[in-house]
Design a protein around this ligand. Structure first.
Ligand code: 8YV
Length: 319
């Protein structure tokens, strides 16, 4: 029997069943929380495979302890939580779940853009407080139109492009940054500087790497239009949250929409002070269909690894 440690409760029953049928003996984390580093280190010792989530830090200490592990199958497209170069150097497969969550994440990005632009939170609160419909206050609830506005997409991979497709339907002009040159009908490739200066809405869709950590801080906020909207559905640490709070306090931004946080699962408390900040609990990929598909991909990768095949979603083959 090959022992599979599953650290997360996100995996759907259909995939669990498939894995059992494929001969995996499943040990699931049933604590209802993330495993601590120490618990993880202990539990990987007798595992042959690990299905982990982006909340697990798979660092050198974990990889060294995982002497029998053949594959870390990450439940997520992002894999900044895994020292994959080190794992690879030790002959361990590392896989992720690309493509299947592109639409769900692009959808939630549009949801955040619309929620901030139309001041959804304030309007909703007025309703619940019974303070709406007390006459039409002309200046109350005034949002901004998306048509004719410029959306700057930082990182133009699968999710960035899916956001561009949606935003074009809303009549937005698209600017984007990307490491490699790209000519496309979806929008215009520009420098990061130009994107910051010209966008009414800036949306982040780049992976978290050493070069994108704190890509957004005080200097970048100052270059943006003072009334811009900032959206992050990628990784929290791409934004320096202390600088974000300072910029919000200084009255910058029409509003901010966040699905991810620098110190996840902890949320910087000051962010709750601002009515103009719309926050979601990292639910970009949280739809029934997407979770099902992510579970399926994890199972595909695990099963392939033990069938003498190359798993289909090796992270070092990511474009
Ligand atoms: C997932 C994510 O919900 O896929 C990713 O990279 O950040 C999320 O949308 C997460 O993977 C759950 O582990």
């Amino acid at each position: 029997m090959k022992k599979l440690l599953i650290t997360t409760d996100l995996v759907r029953p259909s995939a669990l069943q498939r894995l059992e049928q494929a001969g995996f003996l499943i040990e699931q984390n049933t604590t209802g929380r993330l495993l601590t580093h120490q618990e993880l280190r202990q539990r990987v010792q007798d595992a042959d495979a690990v299905l982990c989530s982006i909340g697990d830090s798979i660092d050198r200490a974990i990889i060294d302890a995982a002497s029998r592990v053949k594959i870390f199958a990450n439940f997520g497209v992002g894999f900044n939580n895994i020292d994959w170069q080190y794992a690879r150097s030790k002959g361990i497969f590392v896989t992720n779940t690309p493509d299947v969550l592109t639409d769900a994440t692009a959808d939630i990005t549009m949801m955040l853009i619309l929620a901030v632009a139309r001041r959804y939170r304030e309007a909703e609160r007025l309703m619940r407080d019974g303070k709406s419909f007390i006459g039409w206050a002309t200046l109350r609830n005034l949002g901004i139109d998306l048509r004719g506005k410029t959306l700057g997409i930082v990182g133009f991979g699968r999710i960035g492009q899916a956001v561009a497709q949606r935003a074009k339907g809303f009549g937005m002009k698209i600017l984007f940054t990307k490491r490699t040159p790209l000519t496309t009908d979806l929008g215009q490739q520009v420098s990061f500087e130009t994107l910051l200066q010209e966008s009414d809405v800036v949306s982040i869709h780049t992976p978290l790497t050493e070069s994108t950590r704190h890509l957004f801080g005080r200097r970048e906020f100052e270059k943006m239009k003072p009334n811009a909207i900032l959206i992050n559905t990628a990784r929290g640490a791409i934004i320096n949250e202390a600088d974000l709070v300072a910029a919000l306090r200084a009255g910058r931004f029409f509003g901010v929409g966040l699905d991810v946080y620098e110190f996840e699962p902890t949320v910087t408390a000051e962010l709750f002070e601002f009515e103009r900040v719309v926050m979601m609990p990292h639910i970009g990929a949280a739809t029934v269909e997407t979770r099902e598909a992510m579970s399926r991909l994890c199972a595909d990768n695990l099963i392939a690894a033990f069938a003498g095949q190359t798993p289909p979603n090796l992270v070092w083959q990511t474009d």
